[in-house]
Design a protein around this ligand. Structure first.
Ligand code: OGA
Ligand code: ZN
Ligand code: ZN
Length: 375
């Protein structure tokens, strides 16, 4: 990228002129704040050694030069000298097209994905970093993945959680059992069907990733239903932009209460990031509490809520498949909504175990595996 480049000092910036590409203006404060020299960043751990206010006001680049090794060298008005490697400049390009490429582009899916599930065998994944990375890459693109051959033993789900990240302990403990019981505290612990939902929207923060491991699946019914919440949100955005905007802006209340617990949180049903890209979806009928919003927004909000709920029920979006003993589905809880069909507990047992981990640990694992496989 730095071949045939020309660096010039322009007002408040170093500007790189590149053939066949727009000029790139590297703003003085931004450029200096990215200096990686040993005075600016600890050489061992890479952490920053100065505070932003330690840099002089009106810092100016006095000289900018492209060196023989294609690095950019800048001399600053406070006497500091910075050097930026060509590879670093490439990976930090702020052009809209370059920024868009750095997004993990979500791959939307629908009912068809049940015929080509993102599968991996757990014992193989444990010993093969390339396979683990390939499965995690699909998880990041799709928002879920399925592991097979997870030993059919109580507690395994938390071991898988601790291998992929760190199990988040909640009032339910390290893991929870999904089994039909008398006097259930939660509809999940009955045999009724569950509409697609994200778990625990009444927590702040809501869990990032959910695991569900099948130990027993004898009862007829109880099939797993998954819906891509990002896909559904994109359909709402296209079909009813005003409804989409309202669900991004006005949060819904959620609550879970039992004898020892009273968890209350408000969540936007849809969130977009600073680039306007959908980045999280929360939906849960069972634990919906009430809408505490300006009175004039209530009617349009409910219309939007109903429109979104109808999209989430479209059969064309529902991936339906059966978890067999040893299968563990791992879902991004703020994207992939899950539910189940009803089952008949009088004709067989059904037992799943679940736990939660955070999404950051998965992303960290991806970067670490990329690093170690590249080395
Ligand atoms: C739950 C749940 C799914 C199932 O417990 O929240 O979604 O298949 N269970 O029982
Ligand atoms: Zn420096
Ligand atoms: Zn659930």
């Amino acid at each position: 990228m730095t071949e045939n480049l020309r660096a010039e000092l322009t007002d408040g910036a170093v500007t790189l002129f590149r053939p066949n590409a727009a000029a790139w203006r590297l703003s003085n404060d931004w450029l200096r704040d990215n200096c990686r020299c040993a005075a600016c960043r600890h050489p061992g751990n890479g952490q920053k050694l100065y505070a932003i206010v330690d840099l002089p006001d009106q810092l100016q680049a006095l000289q900018a030069e492209l060196m023989a090794d294609a690095s950019l060298q800048v001399r600053w008005s406070d006497g500091h000298l910075s050097s930026y490697r060509s590879a670093w400049l490439q990976t930090h390009d702020l052009a809209a097209s370059a920024r868009a490429q750095r997004h993990v582009v979500p791959q939307f899916w629908d009912a068809q994905i049940s015929r080509q599930l993102p599968l991996a065998d757990w014992p193989a994944l444990l010993v093969d970093p390339a396979l683990e990375l390939a499965w995690l890459d699909r998880f990041c693109a799709l928002g879920f993945g399925v592991l097979r051959q997870v030993p059919v033993e109580s507690g395994m789900v938390a071991q898988v959680g601790d291998r992929l990240g760190f199990v988040r302990v909640t009032n339910y403990g390290r893991l929870f059992d999904v089994i039909s019981v008398p006097n259930p505290t939660n509809l999940a612990y009955t045999a009724v069907g569950l509409g697609v939902h994200s778990d625990n929207p009444y927590r702040d923060p809501s869990p990032g990733v959910q695991l569900l491991h099948c130990l027993v699946g004898e009862a007829p019914g109880g099939d797993t239903i998954l819906v891509d919440g990002f896909h559904a949100a994109s359909l709402l955005r296209a079909e009813d932009p005003a409804a989409f905007e309202l669900l991004c802006r006005v949060p819904m209340g959620f609550r879970y209460a039992d004898d020892h617990t009273d968890l209350v949180a408000r969540q936007n049903l849809i969130s977009v990031d600073s680039d306007g890209v959908v980045c999280s979806v929360h939906f849960n009928n069972r634990s919906a509490d009430w809408l505490d919003a300006p009175a004039d927004l209530v009617a349009p909000w409910y219309a939007a809520y109903r429109a979104f709920a109808k999209i989430l029920k479209r059969p064309a979006l529902e991936a339906v498949f059966r978890l067999e003993p040893g299968d563990c589905v791992v879902m991004r809880n703020d994207r992939t909504l899950h539910g189940r069909t009803a089952f008949d507990p009088s004709r067989g047992r059904r037992h799943l175990q679940g736990c939660y981990i955070d999404l950051d640990a998965i992303r960290s694992r991806v970067l670490v595996l990329q690093r170690s496989l590249a080395a």
